[in-house]
Design a protein around this ligand. Structure first.
Ligand code: UDX
Length: 441
């Protein structure tokens, strides 16, 4: 494995959010199993738990950016201010390991465009990891064209229309309504892809063959489709929050396929009104539910203080509420019959791989694209159409867990799960090809 020296290092630079850290660390474990030594250069903000990865070296980089605002604003601040501290730390690391070891490449989150300059300055090859899927990236790449055609900003009258050349997406599924906020970001994203020696995707050909092929027509560098990473390195623990495993014993006492699992991931926030509608929707569905409410995710409260008292009295032990769940174990549990999800890409892949159908409640970014693919392309999701009120939630839970329609959706979900298993078993992941690519540097 080692071309020269004692260690063949791969430097990983994750974007500091759970949904991005997870696939990056999983990729690190996959490469470590192929003989590479792994160093994780990370911000102190949302720093990964190094004790879960004793074989990796962790390199904390001084934070030079504001942690305030939404993830998009935080990533923009990080891109604007982090080049020098990262370059300095990586240069020191390389100097310390000279001349015995070599640093093969820097793999950074595709959203962190400042790493292109760092890798150029340090004369190290760079690879981009896209933690979102190809279909979302295809939608992003279409935004400048739609803007030039005057189709965005989107008008209310066209929200339901299909987007030319981006079927099955409707204008309402497009990640931004205004080009102005995203123009510069998209330009840098394109530049970042062009200067990378490869793009790594945590997805599967069988799910996204068409989008991958369309993207590859415009991108010169090779693509490596290595998902589903959580199945390739199943024991990798990446949670930033403590998982409450007590919910598994609660699930053990529920009937098969009866429970609706509810989680909006690690970055979405909701207001009190949405919380109350969700609560009564779940209560009135008369199905058991496991609900993750992340501390601080309800605006104006610490945790669940804003839940109506009557709701708590009424549900008894038909509902289980936790701060953070061992999600992959939950989705694999036989009691779970559906996932009411914000449709983040990790959650989407995890649900697909366990054959759990989804009620889609997308919040922002790639989630609307993922929701659209879940419902129309993979046929395993029901989309909630509006700001979900309690009635819509009740109807969706009933359609999925009680009605004949739900049985058909579950059959498709199980069939898709089986196809993902066959593909993974038969070497559908191009991890080995990625290893060869890195060794060729
Ligand atoms: C963010 C974006 O929102 C998402 O759309 C994008 O694709 C990646 O970055 P996040 O919102 O956290 O991610 O969603 P998601 O991608 O689904 O990742 C959440 C991760 O947290 C999943 O791996 C899930 O298993 C894990 N999780 C979630 C838990 O382990 N426990 C929980 O209780 C909830």
């Amino acid at each position: 494995m080692q071309k020269q020296g004692r260690h063949n290092w791969v430097v990983l630079v994750p974007c500091p959010f759970q949904g991005h850290i997870t696939p990056m660390l999983q990729l690190g474990h996959a490469l470590h199993s192929k003989g590479f030594s792994i160093v994780v250069a990370h911000t102190k903000f949302n720093s990964p738990n190094s004790s879960n990865h004793p074989d990796f070296v962790f390199l904390p980089i001084p934070d030079n950016f504001s942690h305030h605002g939404n993830p998009f604003e935080i990533i923009s601040a990080l891109n604007a201010n982090s080049k020098e501290p990262f370059k300095e730390c990586l240069a020191q690391f390389m100097e310390k390991h000279k001349p015995d070891d070599r640093v093969s490449c820097i793999i950074s989150d595709i959203a962190l465009n400042f790493l292109d300059d760092v890798s150029k300055d340090l004369n190290v090859q760079s690879i981009a990891l896209s933690t979102n899927n190809a279909s979302f990236n295809l939608a992003l790449s279409g935004i400048p064209r739609l803007h030039a055609q005057g189709l965005i900003p989107v008008q209310d009258s066209t929200l339901q229309d299909l987007v030319p050349e981006l079927h099955p997406l409707r204008f309402k599924d497009i990640p931004v309504s205004s080009f102005a906020t995203l123009g510069e970001f998209l330009e840098k994203l394109g530049k970042s892809k062009r200067s990378s020696s490869a793009v790594v995707w945590n997805t599967m050909e069988l799910l996204e063959q068409t989008s991958l092929a369309q993207l590859q027509q415009h991108d010169q560098c090779p693509f490596f489709t290595i998902g589903p990473l959580h199945k390739i390195v199943p024991s990798c623990s990446t949670s930033l929050l403590k998982e409450e495993s007590s919910c598994i014993s609660w699930l053990d006492n529920q009937a098969p396929n009866s429970v609706i699992y509810v989680s909006l991931g690690s970055t979405a926030f909701v207001d009190e009104k949405a919380l109350v509608e969700m609560a009564w929707g779940l209560a009135n569905s008369h199905q058991p539910f496991l609900w993750v409410i992340r501390p601080g995710s309800i605006r104006g409260s610490q945790w669940i203080e804003l839940l109506p008292e009557k709701f708590t009295e009424q549900i008894g032990d038909r509902g289980c509420i936790v701060k953070w769940a061992p999600q992959k174990e939950v989705l694999a549990h036989k009691a779970v019959g559906g996932f009411l999800s914000h449709c983040g890409w990790n959650s989407t892949l995890e649900s697909i791989c366990e054959g759990v159908p989804v009620i889609c409640l997308p919040c922002f970014g790639d989630q609307k694209v993922n929701a659209r693919y879940l419902s129309t392309v993979w046929g395993i999701g029901l989309e909630l159409e509006h700001e979900a009120d309690r009635g819509e939630i009740v109807r969706a839970v009933k359609r999925l867990l009680v009605d004949e329609e739900g049985k058909e959706i579950r059959r498709r979900a199980i069939e898709l799960k089986e196809r993902t298993e066959v593909s993974t078993r038969e070497g559908g992941s191009s991890l080995n090809a990625l290893v060869e690519h890195i060794l060729s540097f």
